[in-house]
Design a protein around this ligand. Structure first.
Ligand SMILES: *[C@@H]1O[C@H](CO)[C@@H](O)[C@H](O)[C@H]1NC(C)=O
Ligand SMILES: *[C@@H]1O[C@H](CO)[C@@H](O)[C@H](O)[C@H]1NC(C)=O
Ligand SMILES: *[C@@H]1O[C@H](CO)[C@@H](O)[C@H](O)[C@H]1NC(C)=O
Ligand SMILES: *[C@@H]1O[C@H](CO)[C@@H](O)[C@H](O)[C@H]1NC(C)=O
Ligand SMILES: *[C@@H]1O[C@H](CO)[C@@H](O)[C@H](O)[C@H]1NC(C)=O
Length: 504
C-alpha cells in the first residue's frame, strides 16, 4: 500500500527540485481565488471561489484545493475540541508535492480574532509533539489529571489565545499526528525549515481572514534551535517574494522559552544550577560530584570549542559531547530529580511529568481522534525516537551555531524574546543568559549596558528582565523548563505585554 507506485518513488528521488518548485508556486498565489471546495463527500462537486471559515463542517473534513496547484491539498475541519468559547480548527496541510501531511490545531483568539496577532507554537525534542505544549502548558485547555471533567480536559484561563490566534504544529513529519506517505524523514532543522515555511504560507492561504496579520513564532527547548532557523528561512523567502512582487509573511518576533540555542555555555550553566545557587538556595548535588564536574569543565569547554564551534568536526564534536555528558550530566540524571525542574523529583513514566502519559492516553481514545479528525491508527507518541535519532545522526544540535541566526534576525528588525524558568537544568537560564550576553549584533553594547530589574505581575516579583527595543531576556522565578505549566499567570502576562510591544 505504502510503496505501491514505483514511479512515485522515483519522483521522490528528485524531490528537492519539486520542493523548490512548489515553494515558488505557492508563494505566487496571493489570494485564494483559486480555492475549490469539494468536501469529503465530493459528490456535490460544488466549487466556491471565496470559502469562509464559518462554512466549515465539524463532522467531516472540507478539502481545499488550489486550482493552480492540483497536487496540493488542505484538509480542515471545525471541531468542538478543547475550547468551546472560540472557533477551533484542526487538520492537515500538505507540503512537498502533497506527500507530507503536517497536523495542526488552530484556536482563534479569545480577545479579538479579527485584530489579534497570529502565533505558532512548537515543542522541542527534536521529535516532541506540540500537543504537550497545548495540553499541559499554554493551550486553551489542559489535560484533566483528577478526572473531574466529563470531557478529559479543563478550560485554561491562562491560555495564550487570550491574546493571540494560536496554532500548534506537529513538525517535522513523524512527530505527533504528522505523517508522510512514503516514509520520508527530515534530518536537520534547515530541512524542517523549508516545510515549516511552506506550511505557514499555506496556512495564510487557507485562513485568508488572517492574511498579513503580525506573526510570532514561539516554542521552547529544542525550539531554541528550530525557531531562529525557521524565522531566518521566512525572512529570506520574504526577500524573494518581495523581489517578485508577491505577498510576504508578516514575521514580527520569535519567542523562545528555556531554549537550546547557545550550546557553548550549556554545561557551565548546568554546573551552576546543581552545584551553585543559580536555582535553589542550596546546591542539590553532592560535593564529590560537584568537584568532579568542576575539574572536568575546562576540558569539556575546550574540546567543544575546538571541535564543535570553532570548526565543526562530527567525530571529534561527538567525542567532546560524550565526555561532557558523562562527566558533567551523569550525576544529575542519576539523582532522580526532575531535570526540567530541579526543585522536584522525577515522576511518571515519561519526561518526569505524569501529564505526559495522560496526554498520550487521551489522544489515543477513539472519540478524541474523531473530534480531531486524526487519520492515522498509530498510537500517539509524545516524542518520536526516530525523529530524535535522525537529527542526532547529523548532530543537528551542534553543527550550526544557531545564535548566529538570532543575531541576523535582530539586525534585520525581528524582535526576540528569550525567557527562562530558573529551576530548569536541561536548558538552563544561566546558559541562556551567557549566550545572549555574548551575542554579536548591532544592539549588543546597549543590551549589556542596561541593568537588570525585577518584573512583577499583580505586585508580585515574577523574575528579572533586561530589555532593549528588539531583544528582551526575562527569567521566570520558580518555574522549570515548562514555564506556562508552572507559572501560567506570569507566562500569560509576559506574552500579553510582548505582543503589545510593552516592556515587562
Ligand atoms: C476548480 O474549479 C474550477 C472552476 O471554478 C474548475 O475549472 C476546476 O476544474 C476545478 N478544479 C478542481 C481540481 O476541482
Ligand atoms: C460560497 O460560500 C459562501 C460562504 O460560505 C456562501 O455564502 C455561498 O453561497 C457559496 N457560493 C456557492 C456558489 O456555493
Ligand atoms: C488535582 O488534585 C491534586 C491533589 O488533590 C491537587 O493538588 C491539584 O491541585 C489538582 N489539580 C487540579 C488541576 O485541580
Ligand atoms: C470540558 O469540561 C469542562 C468541565 O468539566 C469544561 O470547563 C470545558 O469547557 C469542557 N470542554 C469542552 C471542549 O467542552
Ligand atoms: C493504542 O491505541 C488504542 C486506541 O486507538 C488503545 O485502545 C490502546 O490501548 C493503545 N495502546 C497503548 C499501548 O497505548
Amino acid at each position: 500500500m505504502k510503496f505501491k507506485l514505483l514511479s512515485t518513488l522515483l519522483a521522490l528521488l528528485i524531490l528537492p527540485a519539486i520542493v523548490f518548485g512548489i515553494d515558488e508556486q505557492l508563494s505566487l498565489s496571493n489570494h485564494v481565488t483559486g480555492l475549490n471546495r469539494t468536501g469529503d463527500n465530493s459528490a456535490t462537486g460544488e466549487s466556491n471561489s471565496s470559502l469562509h471559515l464559518s462554512a466549515l463542517q465539524s463532522d467531516t473534513y472540507t478539502v481545499l484545493q488550489h486550482s493552480r496547484f492540483p497536487n496540493h491539498r488542505v484538509r480542515v475541519k471545525k471541531t468542538l475540541f478543547c475550547d468551546p468559547t472560540v472557533n477551533v480548527y484542526t487538520g492537515y496541510l500538505d507540503v512537498d508535492a502533497g506527500a507530507k501531511h503536517l497536523f495542526f490545531y488552530f484556536f482563534e483568539s479569545r480577545g479579538d480574532p479579527d485584530k489579534d496577532d497570529v502565533m505558532m507554537w512548537i515543542n522541542g525534542g527534536p521529535g516532541c509533539s506540540s500537543a504537550m505544549g497545548l495540553l499541559m502548558e499554554l493551550g486553551p485547555c489542559n489535560i484533566d489529571m483528577n478526572s473531574t471533567s466529563v470531557n478529559g480536559t479543563l478550560w485554561n484561563p491562562h491560555s495564550w489565545n487570550q491574546a493571540a490566534n494560536v496554532f500548534f504544529l506537529d513538525q517535522p513529519v513523524g512527530v505527533g499526528f504528522s505523517y508522510a506517505d512514503y516514509g520520508e524523514t527530515i534530518q536537520t532543522t534547515e530541512e524542517a525549515a523549508k516545510n515549516v515555511h511552506a506550511f505557514i504560507t499555506i496556512f495564510f492561504e487557507t485562513f485568508t481572514q488572517f492574511g498579513g496579520r503580525p506573526l510570532h513564532l514561539a516554542g521552547e527547548s529544542y525550539g531554541g534551535r528550530y525557531l531562529p532557523v525557521f524565522a531566518s528561512e521566512i525572512y529570506d523567502q520574504n526577500l524573494v517574494a518581495r523581489r517578485e512582487g508577491r505577498q510576504q509573511l508578516n514575521l514580527k518576533s520569535i519567542i523562545i522559552g528555556n531554549g537550546n540555542t547557545g550550546i557553548s555555555s550549556l554545561y557551565l550553566g548546568r554546573y551552576e544550577i546543581e552545584c551553585g545557587t543559580a536555582a535553589l538556595e542550596k546546591p542539590v548535588q553532592s560535593i564529590t560530584n560537584c568537584v568532579r564536574m568542576k575539574m572536568a569543565l575546562p576540558r569539556c569547554q575546550q574540546r567543544m570549542q575546538e571541535s564543535c564551534f570553532d570548526m565543526f568536526d562530527s567525530i571529534n564534536c561527538r567525542a567532546a559531547v560524550t565526555f561532557c555528558d558523562s562527566e558533567i550530566s551523569a550525576g544529575m540524571w542519576a539523582s532522580g530529580r526532575n531535570v526540567y525542574d530541579i526543585s522536584k523529583m522525577c515522576v511518571g513514566n515519561e519526561l518526569c511529568y505524569a501529564e505526559v502519559s495522560a496526554i498520550k492516553e487521551y489522544l489515543d481514545i477513539p472519540a478524541t481522534r474523531k473530534l480531531l479528525g486524526v487519520e492515522t491508527s498509530n498510537n500517539f507518541t509524545s516524542c518520536s525516537p526516530e525523529v530524535g535519532a535522525n537529527f542526532g545522526i547529523h548532530m543537528d544540535k551542534y553543527n550550526t551555531p544557531t545564535h548566529l541566526h538570532v543575531a541576523g534576525l535582530l539586525d534585520r528588525g525581528v524582535r526576540v524574546l528569550i525567557y527562562a524558568g530558573t529551576y530548569d537544568w536541561q536548558c538552563n537560564w544561566i546558559s541562556n543568559k551567557m549566550w545572549v550576553e555574548q551575542l554579536e549584533w548591532s544592539g549588543s553594547d546597549n543590551y549589556n549596558k542596561i541593568p537588570w530589574r525585577e518584573w512583577t505581575v499583580r505586585g508580585r516579583v515574577a523574575g528579572e528582565v533586561k530589555a532593549t527595543p528588539l531583544l528582551t531576556f526575562a527569567t521566570v522565578r520558580g518555574a522549570g523548563h515548562m514555564v506556562p505549566h508552572d507559572k501560567p499567570e506570569e507566562a500569560l502576562a509576559m506574552i500579553k505585554k510582548w505582543l503589545q510591544n510593552e516592556s515587562l
